[in-house]
Design a protein around this ligand. Sequence first.
Ligand code: 5GP
Ligand code: MG
Length: 192
Amino acid sequence: MPTKNRNSEQHPDLESVMFTEAQIKKRVRELAREIRKVYGGGEFTIISIINGAVMFTADLMREIDNPVRLDCVRISSYGNRTTSVGTPQIVSSLTIDIARRHVLLIDDILDTGKTITLVSGLIMKLGPASLRTCVLLDKVGRRQVPFDADFVGFKIPDKFVIGYGLDFAERYRNLPCIGVLSPRLQNPPEWA
Ligand code: 5GP
Ligand code: MG
């Protein structure tokens, strides 16, 4: 039976592919190397902002052989829109103790900066030994709250992207690539 090359065909709801599966994989490996260099062989605690950072966190942590602990925080999302509205809220918080621990906070994308600022504030209140941040994508031009992540996968222009964990109305998280949502869908379709 012929096997389908999943990178050779673009999903019909994408306007364009921004990063292929192979490009993401390569960059995630490089990021892991940068992170290992900073932490040496020491233990750290990964805090992943879900759902968006699920794929990125899973792939990144498998490239790191330091002892790591993992916890997740869930933040209220955009709903079915493609632009950030209002103030993000913590929907589900940490369950493990991070006092005196080295913490690496991971998110899929840094946009206005509100989400990562909110979660960083929460973490800092719990007295970690250190806090660093890692994002796969950074929409540098969109910041409303000044924030620089310590580790950045790719800097991207102001386009609404989906795939590799990133959703539109909870769909498309399972695309192996990252692409720009077709403008045809930016006015929510009936399922959104
Ligand atoms: P911020 O709080 O920095 O404005 O937004 C961060 C969050 O907004 C991310 O965790 C992500 O869930 C969502 N977000 C921002 N830009 C995009 C985008 O282009 N595509 C998707 N799917 N989500 C985005
Ligand atoms: Mg998110």
